[in-house]
Design a protein around this ligand. Sequence first.
Ligand SMILES: [Zn+2]
Length: 457
Amino acid sequence: MNAQQDNPECATLEPTTSDPAGVYSHSTDSAYFDADCEPIVLNIYFWGIKHPDGVDYFPDQAHDVLTAVASLNILYNQFNIFFKYKGFEKIQSPTLPNDPDGHFVMENTSQFSGLISWANANGYKKADAFNVYVFGWGSFGGISPGYNVTTSGVGAAGLTKATITHEIGHNLNLIHTRSSRGFNGERVTRDVNDPDYNADEAGDLVVDTAANPGYRDANGNYPYISANCTYDNDGTQVDYDGDAYIPTHEDVINVLSDAYDCMDAQSPLTNGQGIRAREAIEDDVNGLFAPTITDIASLFELYVGEYYLNGTTEPAPPLFQPGFDYRFFECSCDCPQPSNYYDTSFTYTNNSLLTISKYETDFSKITHPNHSAINLGITLCGAVLVRRCYDNYNKGPKSGSITRFNDGVLNGNVTITPKDSLGINNPYLVDELNPGLYKVEKNYDEGATQETVIFKE
Ligand SMILES: [Zn+2]
């Protein structure tokens, strides 16, 4: 098999004048997001294309898919755009006439439309989610079949790199920042009073990305990019008016740049790009985005596992998608397990029973401890979201103690008897106590404690 797995080139075509334009403000104002209290949450689903020979060439792909979900959230959350992971499944490609690799290998860009047709005909495309098709090898690294669409193709190696955030950017109407291909050449000037100013109608149409001449040449080399990913202008690269290009380092590494070797999954986007993406979703010229939008409550839902409710066997623990700074605050409630997202009647403290970074790569750690509520680090209109208290006392304590108040009143004259798991879970624990005043303390798995004062007659 031809190992071009690492080819980073994106095969997305530039928009044409026949593409629907939609409403776009060209704003670059960061205050756009300050006032924005309405998060947009988009469902996303992944399809791993298996080779027709049935061999699993990418056994770790499920982990890479979650890494992609994390990268998308880390990059797009600043624009109040969130991605809800809805699942991943591997589907086996048939062999095709004259192509024993089937849809697994994208030998050329036209094969992507064949993949989409096959997926559509076989029920491998969700109308209520963005669909990412992960192929094995290709002559290109990734593809979005246009703009304002909800399908993309990503080479397997691209799930953990900039390819995923780049192609989803195209889905969300973001154009390559380079200006020499496609649209009329973007001029360097950013002075709106300059008659040559065309940043809002040329190149990527976003005015806070620099005009850039395309960093990668036809041979896949970067003649003007230095080793530290800065644009090295020797004066020979000029726009149509003879002005030298002045892209910054941030422009070089922008996730919609074509300096692929300088980009990673969390390469930056500008405010202007974020606003363009938001406005594309809201305008929805193709009507494809609206069905993919879900509620912010969905981010507080597990993607696998289940909550322990009662009984002696514990199910696989609930797991939550990566890419957020989780804190699980100690909480208390008399509620269903866990409480409904919209029920905020429970109490909680600032004691985090479990803290997870958005960069955590061991996804099995991202579970919901008993006696805690979920905080994703999301603040909406100044309100910190702490939701879904899971406070289940059906699960036995792991240890505890009996404190006897020797004087029969709550003072310091006490005798403390530690109890192990068997002792504290003894159903006759209280029955077996002599008359007197006691405090029973129970310690639970995740650090929560429960204290009960008992007067035994
Ligand atoms: Zn691209």
